[in-house]
Design a protein around this ligand. Structure first.
Ligand SMILES: *Cc1c(COP(=O)(O)O)cnc(C)c1O
Length: 417
């Protein structure tokens, strides 16, 4: 019953800090309840899917938005919509999720060419893209890593010059902007993800943006998404029966998921700001360690607006990475590396061979550590994380070898060009 005891509990010496946590707005259940109590459509392309697609088109300014079952399937659809023949090549980064590469290989005969990333943004390096273009190149898939958009002006110029399509893997980049345009709306196609780990979610889900007013292309996407049939036209009353038109699959999520997603989408701006606060607190608290050359922090180029999807620190070597991760784990804090570079994974080696040299990608793959970050993270939680990160960084000596591809003296990029 004593009050002093409960004060002690509010300053715990050991906490459990989750790596991510979906932000629940409270409206998700109301929208789902509406479907259930009013016997509305449960399958795909019901009222809520249409509401979400219209909202996406209006907010992000894309010609056509299709909800999909995942970011992965949005990428699959996008690659399918690029004209290609067996033996053609698509360039993508190696520092990305397997889905980016699967989307290419699922189309029999297409080849992957891995490109290097820029050490300051961790996004695909346009200079390396240009070097890797051949007569067989058909498209580039760019990944806006951590929600920081790629150098789109340069990438679009390279694509235009070489007649290539650009697919934006914007799975992590909802609400991010390059100059005044939203991520996912600048290339020919944009692919978003609403997986549980992303800024807004419906558990599993995604969206494909078609940034072209070509009726033919939009119709083709609609058919591929609906098991290869023109059922969408039938539902709109444009035809009196629908038939098999093309090879397709089932890429429509249930309207129950769209209802959940509508609630999330209505709060997307607020969620970004909640994440921004935590991101900036981390950055401010750890800046001194960056100045001393112990870690590197994320860079947000001047012409870019981030969405604060990931906060990472880059250690100087694998030994320091392991020491920091282990220390945080011991104190109940979940912090993780990100991708094992695809070119060094078993499947990547099988398709691209052993001679791919991507030193920046390798280094980032072994030295980048992501800290817990989610909308609604409490002050006591991030203070606990910062305290322990500082403790372990203090114990790492500054004598370590500096990061090979980065000199602390090189200026922070304020510009992309
Ligand atoms: C999450 C993610 C995907 C896959 O999205 P899912 O919705 O999980 O299928 C693809 N690419 C990148 C870069 C991602 O972060």
């Amino acid at each position: 019953m004593s009050r002093t005891k409960s004060t002690a509990i509010s300053h715990p010496s050991k906490m459990k800090i989750r790596f991510y946590k979906p932000y629940i707005t409270g409206k998700e259940i109301k929208f789902i309840e509406d479907i259930v109590t009013n016997s509305k459509v449960l399958s795909g392309d019901g009222e809520y899917t249409h509401k979400v697609q219209a909202l996406l088109e209006k907010r992000y300014q894309t010609q056509k938005a299709f909800l999909t079952t995942s970011g992965t399937t949005a990428l699959e659809m996008a690659v399918r919509l690029v004209d290609s023949n067996p033996g053609d090549e698509i360039i993508c980064p190696s520092y990305t999720f397997s889905s980016t590469a699967n989307a290419i290989l699922l189309h029999k005969g297409l080849k992957i060419v891995f490109a290097e990333i820029n050490p300051l943004t961790l996004n695909i390096d346009p200079t390396d893209i240009a070097k890797k273009i051949t007569k067989k190149t058909k498209a580039i898939i760019v990944v806006h890593y951590a929600g920081i958009p790629c150098d789109m002006d340069r990438i679009m110029a390279i694509a235009k010059k070489n007649g290539l399509k650009v697919i934006e893997d914007a799975a992590q980049a909802i609400e991010s902007k390059y100059k005044n345009r939203f991520a996912g709306t600048i290339g020919d196609f944009g692919c978003l993800s609403f997986h549980e780990t992303k800024n807004i979610t419906c558990g599993e889900g995604g969206a494909l943006f078609i940034n072209s007013n070509s009726k033919k292309l939009i119709e083709k996407a609609e058919i591929i998404r609906e098991k290869g049939t023109n059922r969408s036209k039938f539902f709109r009353g444009q035809i009196d029966k629908y038939t098999w038109q093309d090879i397709g699959s089932s890429y429509l999520p249930s309207d129950i998921l769209a209802a959940f997603l509508l609630a999330q989408l209505q709060s997307v701006a607020k969620i970004r700001l909640l994440r921004k606060r935590i991101f900036n607190l981390y950055a401010t608290s750890l800046r001194a360690y960056e100045r001393r050359g112990i870690i590197r922090l994320p860079n947000i180029p001047r012409f870019v607006r981030g969405n604060y999807h990931i906060f990472y620190i880059i250690l100087n070597n694998r030994k320091s990475f392991t020491a920091v991760q282990k220390y945080l784990k011991k104190h109940g804090i979940n912090a993780y590396s990100h991708y094992v570079p695809l070119h060094s994974s078993p499947q990547g080696l099988r398709v691209a061979g052993k001679n791919v040299r991507l030193p920046v990608t390798d280094e980032i793959g072994s030295c980048l550590l992501r800290l817990p970050l989610y909308a609604g993270m409490k002050e006591v939680e991030y203070n606990y994380v910062v305290k322990h990160v500082k403790q372990i960084l203090d114990s790492l000596s500054a004598k370590e070898e500096p990061f090979k591809n980065y000199s602390p003296k090189s200026p922070k990029i304020a510009f992309l060009h």
